[in-house]
Design a protein around this ligand. Structure first.
Ligand code: PAF
Length: 317
C-alpha cells in the first residue's frame, strides 16, 4: 500500500456530503487524510483553534470511528497544495463549485468527478487549462443523519477512469484503488458511466413519480415503461459511438431493482424532501445527447417533464 506522504501527493475532496465524507474516511484509513473542502459557511463554523473537525463514521458492520478532518474553505491558500481534487458535489453544483476553484489549483492538479448522472464533464474539460480529468461512478451507499456523521449503508462497486488531458499519476491511481474497497480502474470509463446512467434513467424517475421503493418496479405494470426508457438509452448510446449490451444491461437494471428493493432512490428522496433533483444529469442528459443526434426520446421526455413538474411544485410549496 502506498502512503501519500511517501510521494508527497495531496488529495482534497470537494463536497462534504455523504459520498464525500465516505471517501474521506476510506482515504484517511488507508493513508494520509485528505483535505475536505466545504462551503465557506460550513468551513467557517467548523474552524476552531486547531482548524480541525471531528467526523464520525459508522461502517456497514456498525463499528464507529472518529477522524479529524482539516476542513478548508473554497477561498483557502491551501488549494495550491492539491495534486488530486475529487469532486463529490451534485451534478448540478459541479460547474458553479469548480469555476472559482480551478484558477487557484496548481497547473498539474488532476480532477476526478464523482457524481450521479452525466454532463458536467463536457463543460469542465474545457475549463481545465491543461489539467487532467478523470471520471467515476460509485454504487457505495451512505446516509448522513447529522452534518458530520455518516453511516455506510452499502458496499457497491466504484469504477474510475481517464477522460481527458494528462493521465492521473500511477501513485494517485494506486492510492485510490488501495483506499476505496471494491474499486477498479476502467479504460474506457464512458461505457461504465452510461451503464450507471441507464440504471438511474430507469429507476429514479419512476420511483419518484409513483412514490414507491425501488422494489415496487419489479411489478409487471412497470415493465413496459422500464423497457421503453432503456430502448431510448440504447439508441442514443449507439449514436454516441458506444455499444451497450442490451440484454445484459436490461437484466442489470432488474437485478438492481431486486438488490435495492427496500431503498428509496435518490430522486424519490429529493422529491419527497422537496429538494432539487438530479434529473437534468440523468434523463435530461440523455435528452440533450439525443437532440444533438436528432433522435426522438418521447418516453424520457415524458418522465423528465413529470419530474420537473413535481420538483417545481415541491419547491414552491
Ligand atoms: O440514485 C440511486 O438511488 C441509486 O443510484 C440507485 C441505483 C437507483 C439505487 O437506489
Amino acid at each position: 500500500m502506498l502512503n501519500s506522504t511517501d510521494g508527497e501527493s495531496k488529495i482534497a475532496i470537494l463536497g462534504a456530503g455523504a459520498i464525500g465524507q465516505l471517501l474521506f474516511h476510506q482515504l484517511a484509513k488507508a493513508s494520509e487524510a485528505p483535505y475536505l473542502i466545504g462551503r465557506s459557511a460550513h468551513a467557517a463554523t467548523a474552524i476552531n483553534i486547531s482548524n480541525m473537525t471531528p467526523l464520525h463514521f459508522t461502517d456497514v458492520l456498525g463499528e464507529q470511528v472518529e477522524r479529524q478532518a482539516q476542513l478548508i474553505c473554497p477561498e483557502s491558500q491551501q488549494l495550491i497544495e492539491i495534486d488530486l481534487l475529487i469532486v463529490c458535489v451534485k451534478a448540478y453544483q459541479v460547474l458553479d463549485a469548480l469555476k472559482p476553484l480551478i484558477p487557484k489549483l496548481k497547473p498539474h492538479c488532476h480532477l476526478l468527478l464523482l457524481h450521479n448522472g452525466m454532463g458536467p464533464h463536457l463543460k469542465i474539460a474545457k475549463l481545465l487549462n491543461g489539467r487532467g480529468l478523470s471520471l467515476g461512478t460509485t454504487s457505495q451507499g451512505a446516509l448522513r443523519p447529522k452534518p458530520w456523521h455518516i453511516i455506510q449503508t452499502g458496499t457497491g462497486l466504484t469504477q474510475l477512469g481517464h477522460y481527458g488531458g494528462p493521465m492521473m499519476s500511477m501513485q494517485l491511481k494506486q492510492q485510490l484503488l488501495d483506499s476505496i474497497p471494491n474499486s477498479q480502474w476502467c479504460e474506457p470509463i464512458l461505457p461504465m458511466l452510461w451503464q450507471k446512467l441507464a440504471i438511474n434513467i430507469a429507476i429514479n424517475p419512476l420511483t419518484a413519480i409513483y412514490n414507491c421503493r425501488n422494489g415496487e418496479l419489479a411489478k409487471p405494470q412497470y415493465h413496459n415503461d422500464i423497457c421503453a426508457l432503456l430502448n431510448e438509452v440504447f439508441t442514443v448510446a449507439e449514436a454516441e459511438g458506444l455499444t451497450l449490451d442490451r440484454s445484459a444491461l436490461t437484466q442489470r437494471v432488474f437485478d438492481v431493482i431486486h438488490l435495492t428493493a427496500n431503498n428509496h432512490s435518490s430522486m424519490h428522496q429529493d422529491i419527497y424532501y422537496q429538494r432539487k433533483t438530479e434529473i437534468d444529469a440523468i434523463n435530461g442528459y440523455l435528452i440533450t445527447r439525443a437532440q444533438h443526434h436528432h433522435i426522438a426520446t418521447p418516453c424520457n421526455t415524458k418522465v423528465y417533464q413529470q419530474i420537473i413538474t413535481l420538483q417545481n411544485y415541491g419547491q414552491s410549496a
